[in-house]
Design a binder for this molecule. Structure first.
Ligand SMILES: NC(=O)c1ccc[n+]([C@@H]2O[C@H](COP(=O)([O-])OP(=O)(O)OC[C@H]3O[C@@H](n4cnc5c(N)ncnc54)[C@H](OP(=O)(O)O)[C@@H]3O)[C@@H](O)[C@H]2O)c1
Length: 381
């Protein structure tokens, strides 16, 4: 099982889960002290993290700290179940508060990751209070007037939203698989225009939240001991297995996760004609998604030029060593900001240089969720 960081790393003991194989990466003391000096400032925005006890919420705290995001104050919000729990952030102790309609008074930026129904209820309340909401759920992604933003791809979509204008706003973070895919594919699209994209995903437990990660670890132990695996989050055995993504299946046979890739790509690229199809699979990897992507272009693009374009793309690293068969893996990108791309090769089923196959891995809690949202927040500063 791979090593990974995060879940509940900011808790002061209490009932934090015991992820024995998932030790958090230590934050060096010097970095933390530097972050405190630079980040906690009277002239900086006040923040709220909604869903702070969850997988993405905990990663928000890590990313804010790692990037020395400036803040005047920070509210830690979760459900009634977590109210009163203590956590530390940058050496200060905070008490988790229950999310209510009064939570957003004086909050400039609210980072939401508590699920779609919570976003639908409290996102507009926060925006009406003057907060700029960066929302990780799917609640507003396809709404006209709500920018759907990957900072490296379409920063202009949110250029009309200003912090300090007194007006609140909603900004949506795309689905994690969409972010990881478009980080690598957009630079190629900008060069040769993608006409059609076929995506197959291999999605980690962390994409389904902290409880799913716990279930995978528990099931792995149970199966190795010959016991019947406990299935609470997923209907079927997850350890030593894989299955079609657990999102609801729609009348067209696609599941919601697959249709997010289709619709969000069109909105982010502002290209209603691009053809996208996807098959999303949950695999027993603890953290970080992988995606196999087949591309068809309007203009020719050979694999060497594609590799050079990807090497220069922001937030992308190329791992593509055919000689020693070394390509991206979920383990290698776990806890990393960059998306890794490899297996870059001409699609032999298409004539000329009009098709490419690539393989992408990205940490979907980080670039697929918390990091992307914090980068959006940084563009507001
Ligand atoms: N995991 C990912 O990779 C990923 C990627 C992109 C987007 N997202 C989206 O981010 C959101 C959170 O995902 P996650 O993986 O972090 O889930 P998670 O680990 O299950 O965490 C859920 C969080 O929501 C809070 N919450 C639940 N009910 C609440 C309520 N009634 N009021 C206030 N807070 C409430 C929980 O608080 P308690 O601890 O108090 O229950 C917890 O902090 C989802 O919308 C998900 O689709 C996740």
């Amino acid at each position: 099982m791979q090593a990974t960081s995060v879940v509940h790393r900011h808790f002061l003991g209490g009932d934090a889960p015991t992820f024995s194989s998932l030790r958090p990466k230590p934050i060096p003391t010097t970095t933390t002290s530097f972050a405190i000096r630079m980040s906690l400032r009277e002239d900086a925005p006040s923040l709220a993290v909604v869903g702070v006890t969850g997988a993405v919420g905990q990663e928000f705290l890590s990313v804010l700290s790692d990037r020395s995001f400036p803040y005047r104050s920070i509210k830690m919000l979760a459900s009634k179940r977590s109210a009163g729990k203590k956590l530390t952030f940058e050496d200060n102790e905070y008490v988790v508060e229950e999310l209510t309609a009064d939570s957003f008074n004086g909050v400039n930026i609210a980072l939401f990751s508590a699920g779609g129904s919570i976003s639908k209820e409290f996102g507009p309340i926060a925006a009406n209070c003057g907060s700029v909401v960066v929302d990780n759920s799917s609640a507003f992604r396809m709404d006209d007037g709500v920018p759907l933003v990957i900072p490296e791809v379409n920063p202009d979509a949110m250029s009309h939203i200003k912090l300090g204008s007194g007006k609140g706003a909603l900004i949506a973070n795309p689905n994690c698989s969409t972010i990881i895919c478009l980080m690598a594919v957009t630079p190629l699209h900008q060069r040769s225009k993608v006409l059609r994209m076929v995506v197959s995903t291999y999605q980690a437990a962390s994409g389904a939240g902290a409880a799913a990660m716990e279930e995978l670890e528990l099931q792995t132990r149970e199966v190795l001991k010959g016991k019947k695996p406990t299935c609470k989050i997923f209907k079927q055995q997850y350890a030593f297995n894989l299955f079609s993504h657990n999102a609801p299946v729609l009348s067209n046979g696609y599941n919601e996760e697959e249709m997010k890739l289709v619709k969000e790509t069109r909105k982010i690229w502002n290209d209603k004609d691009v053809k996208v199809t996807a098959t999303c699979i949950r695999v027993p990897v603890m953290r970080a998604h992988a995606e196999s992507v087949n591309l068809q272009f309007a203009n020719p693009l050979d694999e060497d030029e594609a590799r050079e374009i990807l090497k220069k793309a922001p937030g992308v690293v190329v791992i593509d060593d055919r000689v020693v068969n070394n390509f991206p893996t979920p383990l290698e990108v776990s806890n990393k900001d960059d998306v890794a791309v490899g297996r870059i090769r001409r699609d032999v089923s298409q004539d000329g240089n009009y098709g490419l196959d690539i393989f992408i891995c990205g940490d979907q809690i980080r670039k697929g969720a918390a990091l992307n949202a914090v980068q959006i927040a940084e563009m507001l500063l």
